[in-house]
Design a protein around this ligand. Structure first.
Ligand SMILES: [Zn+2]
Length: 378
């Protein structure tokens, strides 16, 4: 019989929690999460990421400490969703843990805040009830990139101060020490349960945690954070809410375009080419810049002009196509008739239809060349 993935929660300081995780083959990893707020030292915060990892690898999971009983029930629901989405990649696993019931009396409402379009939109529109914004270093910002983390954190601190909300600062090795090493796909599999880990770790302060949506209703597809999945990570003390499904991205950009704080601190770039805060060249930057132009919003954190060459060349997912078509119409309505930009957006839209075909040809091509190489070897 294969032994399970064993999880041992180690006692550390108030604002620091560590789990020692031992895989069935005996490889040991330590994951540490720390914050300027005291954290939950039970095994509960470790359940979502370890369940996701266990299902992806086909490993049963054994916790040596009590896990919240509501979270354990939710985990069965999460397993059903993953198996439904990814029947070939995920496997049903068993969880061995002592069920516990914890009452903390916390009443805070937290909202994850990376400083991007989705998080600014949720932070602004739900500001009446949000009591804390949550900034995480170690997810979209590489754990070793201290300089980018410092700049992003400074922006998040200023934004939180201007929005009048305290900022919970979290740093975690969940992605670098664990998710990336197995490896797990960050977008499709892991980021939602990694966010849930942080939310559950804040159970002494928060009773609700808002996860800003990545996609609107018509764009919904299997994805690590999803309105069907996120609430299932809730415990008896912390409830997760996936926020905003009605409004599409351009609508969100229009809304945050009216907010001075957002326009002074917006941060969407993950590539940070040449150390730039928003490089203005990656697909995410360029998509956002087009939306900002269509919304006639002036944002201080982007290059002044849109790089039309970058627009033409950007890598697009098929779900971005609708966004760009809407943006193109909005540019026209806003009286922006820059012919080069319109041509570049149209080229990007046309190319997006080709992307799956080119990908297939590349895959097929590499198979053909492999066969040729094998024949030559004989
Ligand atoms: Zn960029």
């Amino acid at each position: 019989m294969i032994s399970p993935m064993a999880v041992h929660v180690e006692g550390t300081g108030a604002g620091r929690i560590t789990a020692r995780i031992t895989t069935p083959s005996g490889i040991e990893t330590r994951v540490t999460t720390e914050s300027n707020y005291p954290l939950d030292h039970s095994a509960t915060p470790w359940l979502p990421p370890l369940l996701t990892a266990g299902m992806r690898k086909g490993w049963d999971i054994a916790f040596d400490g009590p896990v919240d009983s509501t979270a354990l029930r939710g985990a069965s629901g999460a397993q059903k969703i993953f198996l439904d989405w990814y029947p070939k990649r995920f496997r049903e696993v068993s969880i061995s843990a002592e069920p516990a019931r914890v009452v903390t009396g916390a009443t805070g409402v937290g909202c994850f805040f990376s400083g991007g379009v989705d998080s600014f939109y949720s932070a602004i529109t739900e500001s009446d009830r949000i009591t804390h914004l949550i900034f995480v270093h170690g997810f979209d910002i590489d754990i070793d990139d201290e300089s980018l983390a410092a700049r992003a954190l400074a922006g998040a601190r200023e934004s939180a101060a201007e929005l009048g909300t305290p900022l919970i600062e979290v740093k975690t090795t969940m992605r670098s020490a664990f998710g990336n090493r197995l490896p797990l796909d960050w977008g499709y599999d892991f980021h939602g349960s990694a966010l849930a880990h942080v939310g559950l770790a804040l159970s002494q302060h928060l009773s609700t945690v808002i996860i800003p949506s990545s996609n609107c209703l018509e764009e919904l597809a299997p994805w690590g954070s999803h309105p069907d999945l996120d609430p299932l990570w809730s415990s008896g003390t912390v409830v997760f809410e996936h926020h905003e499904l009605e409004l599409h991205r351009l609508g969100k950009i229009r809304r945050i375009g009216e907010n001075r704080t957002a326009m002074n601190h917006l941060r969407v770039c993950w590539e940070n080419l040449d150390g730039a805060f928003n490089c203005g060249r990656c697909a995410k930057c360029v998509r956002t810049q087009i939306g900002l132009a269509a919304a006639r919003a002036q944002c201080a954190t982007f290059p002044e002009f849109i790089d039309v060459r970058a627009v033409r060349r950007m890598n697009m997912r098929s779900r971005d196509r609708g966004y760009l078509k809407t943006a193109l119409a909005a540019l026209q309505e806003s009286g922006i008739t820059d012919a080069d930009l319109r041509r570049a957006v149209n080229t990007a839209i046309r190319r997006s239809y080709w992307t799956p075909a080119v990908f297939y040809m590349r895959v097929a091509g590499s198979r053909v060349s492999q066969v040729i190489r094998l024949r030559l070897r004989r």
